[in-house]
Design a protein around this ligand. Structure first.
Ligand code: DC
Length: 223
């Protein structure tokens, strides 16, 4: 029986914060698959490709190799040998990642790498299709969500803390648009796996969510 945890859910639900804490507490390796899509997105943006151009994006995906390394326990994303971790979190990269991840060639480029990582060591992996496509036999699957309003509020606070100017209405719109695209694409859409546990973090603290997942994990993996 593998000891992998799969966490799926929409943008801003708190997946990466929760997954990082779980990895630390349970001694698992954290794999952020969104960062891998963002790594490819950096490549497409540098090539000035349009997200609508499936042919060019697919061709470019074949030229890009995204790898993951852990430096002092922190995930670093390499694009064709260059560490691009610093470029992953911008809104522009997030939008391109969401738009380009609808294409089969882009998903295929990353799927084997994600599965290989989980086969080599127990992981907590987060994304959109981990419980449904990437690790269908994960020992625990969580679908972590929160209302659009709450997710927008968290994102706005995060940006304000960084001292950035924020167009609050635009952030809400972007989140709703991203949900719409991630959930309605034909290939590997964001969807709760039938055997996933649904957690709505709108009114839960980070600690409450982490504790609940650890409880579920221990139920499945008694020592
Ligand atoms: O989790 P994130 O915001 O970093 O992900 C960026 C985009 O990548 C997301 O909008 C959709 C895509 N993605 C995906 O299609 N499948 C995954 N497993 C992870 C991310």
């Amino acid at each position: 029986m593998n000891k992998n945890i799969a966490i799926d859910g929409p943008a801003g639900a708190g997946k990466s914060t929760i997954a990082k804490l779980l990895a630390k507490k349970l001694g698992l390796v954290y794999v952020d698959t969104g960062a891998m899509y963002r790594g490819l997105a950096v490549f497409f943006l540098r090539k000035k490709l349009s997200a609508d151009d499936e042919k060019e994006i697919s061709r470019a995906a074949a030229e890009a190799t995204v790898t993951i390394k852990y430096e002092n326990g922190v995930q670093q994303v390499y694009l064709n040998g260059e560490n691009v971790t610093a470029y992953l979190r911008s809104e522009e990269t997030g939008k391109m990642a969401s738009a380009s991840s609808v294409y089969q060639a882009v998903r295929d480029r990353l799927l084997d790498l994600q599965r290989d990582l989980a086969a080599s060591t127990p992981v907590v992996m987060d994304g959109r299709d981990i419980g449904t496509v990437v690790l269908p036999d994960a020992s625990l699957k969580i679908f972590l969500t929160a209302t659009v309003e709450e997710r927008a509020r968290r994102r706005i606070n995060e940006l304000k803390e960084k001292g950035l100017e924020v167009d609050e209405e635009q952030i809400r719109k972007d989140i709703a648009e991203r949900d719409e695209r991630d959930m309605n694409r034909p290939i590997a859409p964001l969807r709760q796996a039938s055997d996933a546990v649904l957690l709505d973090s709108s009114d839960m603290s980070i600690e409450e969510v982490v504790d609940e997942i650890i409880r579920l994990y221990k139920e499945k993996n008694p020592v």
